[in-house]
Design a protein around this ligand. Structure first.
Ligand code: CS2
Length: 482
């Protein structure tokens, strides 16, 4: 065999026979690895002919790569004992997220029945809510304010329709802003109802998506807000599949195993879960055929996942890095970290009482998933956007423990570890990778308990006003490296 025959081939519809492609009926915002390992995989496995048109977030690069491969990519399920490769064909179109014309054309079409979102916690642009208060859009946020101005200027007197010239060069950057442009086009077309499914790690993520989109609509076009209330169903979902960022080594291993030079493979764990609650007024794929579960009340499942999986992740991300570890499996192999994780799980589990949740089984499975040595899940990736993640992962467990008369130390440890980690990053002049980066740097410039309190206020202002919580977090600082 000549070298030319053995060199890997490009992956596209000419080199790979994916059969008839499904019809685009889903629009996705946030074209990243997780979406391709999760919702695209469920949609493909549902096997009932639904396809996806996906839009990138900030950078159009992922769309360029995927469009260059006719939407095809390799999904690698990486188990502790080997890899399984499959080419996924559900992703029919890939667009630059800034392409509002493409988004509007799709959403104005009655075939489109579902919008899914993976835009990260930060993508919803919500203001920190006081305890028990519903989420609301952060209208003070710079990007939100810019989008409001651009949308108002564009739609002034135009009955909120997007002409063929798009937004006349105006840029809309927030997810809510982009979705609003698409929904306005749908209303102008014929106003068919639609479902928006949030797939981000936020408690009540359907309500969060709703607050974000409606908050913007109310400020730009109150009648559009009314239309959205009546025609858009915001579905809650709890999503789970550990999917680290793709590396060059992953690309090389896919080429070696499959013979395809795939520029955009995704490596994920074999485990996957999707629990959803809400209505789909225009229909949906039979995701249950692929293992998704539809429930009336999502909250218990959402808590189990956010507290046990994501909470432990956040604890390992900061405490693990402070102790010199690079990945989740390395951190978990450290007895001290493993002990803190178990202690946090014990605390959280006391408030996850529903027998259906099978907490012992879930914990055992988590240990195994975290320990998978072939999934290099970098702590630095998990540690990003901590100010937003801690409010969903640590604070509710602390509150539940306090309400039950206990001190909640196991949950406060996550906050103390975050603060210590930030201190080291700032001292080294590193980017803390957090949308609240500037406020974090300002808060960290203080010293002693006042610094702890100022940092805590960024995560949860109510908690920062409680002296007992502040001193308890402060006492835990500096205890990670012994
Ligand atoms: C992680 C999640 O980066 C993070 O914050 O905790 O991305 C986690 O890997 C997924 O939620 C797993 O389903």
């Amino acid at each position: 065999m000549s070298a030319a025959q053995t060199a890997p081939r490009p992956l596209n519809a000419t080199t790979y026979d994916a059969g008839a492609r499904p019809q685009v009926r889903i629009v996705h915002l946030g074209l990243g690895a997780f979406h391709r390992a999760h919702q695209a995989w469920y949609t493909e496995r549902a096997g009932d002919g639904w396809g996806i048109a996906a839009f990138t977030g900030r950078s159009p690069e992922a769309a360029r790569q995927l469009a260059g491969q006719d939407g095809l990519y390799t999904l690698v399920e990486r188990a502790a004992d080997g890899d399984r490769h499959a080419v996924i064909a559900a992703e029919v179109q890939a667009h630059d997220g800034a392409d509002l014309q493409a988004l509007s054309t799709l959403l104005a079409h009655p075939d489109i029945a579902v919008v899914t979102l993976t835009v990260t916690e930060a993508g919803y642009r919500l203001a920190p809510a006081a305890d028990g208060q519903p989420a609301r859009l952060d209208a003070e946020d710079e990007l939100v304010a810019t989008d409001i101005a651009a949308l108002r200027a564009h739609y002034e007197g135009s009955n909120f329709t997007l002409g063929t010239g798009g937004l006349d060069g105006r840029v809309v950057r927030t997810t809510a802003g982009r979705l609003l442009v698409g929904l306005a086009a749908r209303r102008a077309a014929d106003g068919w109802p639609i479902a928006v499914v949030s797939c981000d790690n936020l408690p009540g993520n359907g309500a969060a998506a709703r607050a974000s989109v409606l908050g913007l609509a109310e400020r730009v076009d109150p009648l559009l807000a009314v239309w959205i209330e009546e025609n858009v169903s915001f579905v809650d979902s709890s999503i789970d599949r550990i999917t680290p960022r793709t590396t060059d080594a992953d690309r090389a291993s896919v080429a070696a195993a499959t013979g395809y030079d795939d520029a955009a493979p995704v490596v994920t764990e074999p485990f996957s879960s999707w629990v959803l609650a809400g209505d789909f007024p225009a229909g949906r794929p039979a995701w249950e055929a692929a293992g998704a579960v539809f429930v009336e009340d999502l909250e218990p499942y959402e808590r189990r996942k956010l507290w046990l999986l994501n909470g432990a992740h956040t604890l390992m991300a900061y405490a693990g890095t402070l102790r010199g570890h690079g990945t989740v499996s390395e951190a978990l192999a450290d007895e001290r970290i493993s002990g803190w994780v178990e202690e946090f799980w014990d605390a959280a589990a006391r408030h996850l009482q529903d027998a259906q949740l099978d907490i012992p089984g879930y914990r055992a499975a988590l240990r195994e998933r975290f320990a998978n040595p072939r999934i290099a899940h970098h702590l630095a990736q998990i540690g990003q956007d901590g100010s937003l993640k801690l409010g969903a992962r640590a604070v509710p467990v602390y509150r539940a423990e306090r309400n039950a008369g206990r001190d909640g130390t196991a949950a406060l440890r996550l906050l103390a570890a975050w603060m210590d980690r930030i201190g080291i990053q700032l001292a080294a002049g590193e980017d803390v990778h957090d949308p609240a980066g500037e406020r974090i740097a300002a808060a960290a410039s203080g010293t002693g308990t006042a610094q702890t309190q100022a940092l805590l206020a960024i995560v949860d202002p109510t908690l920062a006003a409680e002296d007992q919580a502040v001193s308890a977090v402060h006492a835990l600082r500096g205890t990670f490296t012994d």
